[in-house]
Design a protein around this ligand. Structure first.
Ligand code: F6P
Length: 510
């Protein structure tokens, strides 16, 4: 049943009216059980949800909503490999990429065997590149999911990455980006990874063509050694002239593809065992998502909280605040994950929805954000739930830094909640502002894998309750088509049939 037509939705609406005066400070002061019961241990991740605008009754109603909208059976359908992406008639099986070898029987045994038959040569190739001292620079050319996942993960794991190799990520069709990277490179020392699920993306193919032209102009000849393609469309890569290819399958969505061949830069950076640990961390979270009861299931609790905030308390955005500079691309990664998955205005059958879906995600690492936009979080007119992500143990040995970092992240969560009432006017902090606190013991391949899988599944949960297809992205198509038309008009000078604004802009660019 559509979520807004369920009895639980009605109960939540009534419940939300009674929630208007909810005060976090009072809730924590009067309810001793609040902090422990709104905490959740999950594989590699501890979550403190107690500074959120929620309570046991809200969670119980949200779990009822999950039951009435069939969340568990939808989840189980994904893990059975059913075609739960109806608009593309595809299964959704990124989770299979992290499933241990030989661990499934029946219809999934064969695709799982293919996953491992593909993973092994990919990891062997990663080890070969690691051992190849001549290759000092790895340039990943890809965009969206073919860029953000590997970029985020390579940066996050830089402390365990192989020394002596630099990793570059070129995504934008803006030639300034590629030109700046190429400036510092030598053809004989460079490996280009052309990452594109479809191998049709204009940005990626334009960058790849320029990279190849640069390589040849530098005297490079051995394309098989210096170019590899990571794609589901091996035939297109071969037609393009790349023979070193690593494949994956259409049942891996672009924004869910870091676990596939798209993760090759990560595997080169952290090695075969590191990549296997990354997969294992994610698999542990898959198991938690599949087996923990709804009330103790962290992706479920987070995804349902997202629904509560979006649809009942009308909070339209979420700020991501990783207090770890190596997680600096995590906000951008999560932006695609959430907003491309759940930024939908129709249900799975194409019918317009009368309620809001994806929140706006944004953020920067702490403490930087504190000295920029946290002003708005503390004293602005909108309530923005913040998701803090902290790591207990640092990998550097610099004195004082990590203590200050952790003191700040705790203090920000506290300040948002407590506020400051004793001074009026400009110095008044209203407080009662919600936040979630995710804590990792260490930033390792395994804990990063678990953190990312957690985020994937929480997006699944809210998308499932909303009844939307979280696994297509038709909203990106129109711009692609119009860019083809405009590109042709820039060459021809033909403005016929254009609206006056577009025609005038084109005229100015001529
Ligand atoms: O345009 C959106 C999109 O299709 C994303 O979903 C995807 O991650 C990105 O483009 C790149 O696509 P590809 O990997 O096929 O080049």
């Amino acid at each position: 049943m559509r979520c807004d037509l369920t009895p639980a939705w009605k109960s939540l609406q009534t419940h939300a009216q009674g929630f208007v005066g909810f005060d976090l400070r009072a809730a924590l002061a009067t309810d001793e059980a609040r902090a422990p019961s709104l905490s959740q241990v999950a594989p590699h991740v501890f979550a403190d949800l107690s500074k959120n605008h929620t309570d046991a009754a809200t969670e119980a109603l949200l779990q009822e909503l999950a039951r009435q909208t069939g969340l568990a059976s939808h989840r189980d359908a994904m893990f059975r490999g059913e075609a739960i992406n109806p608009t593309e008639d595809r299964a959704v099986m990124h989770w299979l990429l992290r499933q241990p070898e030989g661990s499934l029987s029946g219809a999934l045994a064969e695709p799982l065997a293919r996953v491992h038959a593909t993973l092994k040569p990919m990891l062997a190739y990663a080890e070969q590149v690691r051992a190849d001292a001549q290759i000092t620079d790895v340039v990943n050319i890809g965009i969206g999911g073919s860029d953000l996942g590997p970029q985020m993960a390579v940066l996050a794991l830089q402390d365990v990455a192989i020394p002596g190799k630099r990793f570059h990520f070129v995504s934008n069709v803006d030639g300034h980006e590629l030109a700046a990277v190429l400036q510092g490179l030598k053809a004989e020392n460079t490996l280009f990874l052309i990452a594109s699920k479809t191998f049709t993306t204009v940005e990626t193919l334009t960058n790849a063509r320029s990279a190849l032209a640069w390589f040849e102009a530098q005297g490079g000849t051995d394309v098989a050694r210096h170019f590899a393609a990571l794609t589901t469309n091996v035939a297109a890569a071969a037609a393009w002239g790349i023979t070193t290819t690593f494949g994956f399958w259409d049942w891996v969505g672009g924004r869910y593809s870091v676990w596939s061949a798209i993760g090759l830069p990560v595997a080169i950076a952290i090695g075969a065992q590191g990549f296997r640990d990354f997969l294992a961390g994610a698999h542990a979270m898959d198991q938690h998502f599949q087996s923990a009861p709804l009330a103790q299931n962290l992706p479920v609790r987070l995804g349902l909280l997202d629904v509560w905030y979006r649809n009942f308390l009308n909070y339209t955005s979420r700020s991501i605040a990783p207090y770890h500079s190596a997680l600096r691309r995590l906000p951008a990664y999560l932006q695609q994950l959430e907003m491309e998955s759940n930024g939908k205005r129709v249900d799975r059958n194409g019918h317009a929805l009368p309620f809001g879906t994806s929140p706006v995600l944004w953020g920067e690492p702490g403490t930087n954000g504190q000295h920029a936009y946290f002003q708005m979080l503390h004293q602005g007119t909108d309530v923005v739930p913040v998701e803090f992500i902290a790591v207990k143990k640092p990998t550097h040995r610099l004195k004082d830094h990590h203590e200050w970092l952790l003191a700040n992240v705790i203090a920000q969560a506290q300040a948002l909640m407590l506020g400051k009432a004793d001074e009026g006017g400009h110095k008044h902090f209203p407080g009662n502002r919600p936040s979630t606190f995710l804590l990792l013991d260490e930033l390792t391949p395994a804990s990063l894998g678990a953190l990312i899988a957690l985020q994937e599944h929480r997006v699944f949960v809210s998308g499932s309750v909303w009844g939307i297809n979280s696994f297509d992205q038709w909203g990106v198509e129109l711009g692609k088509v119009l860019a083809q038309d405009i590109h042709a008009r820039m060459a021809s000078g033909d403005n016929a049939g254009l609206d006056a604004s577009t025609a005038a802009l084109l005229q100015r660019l001529r």
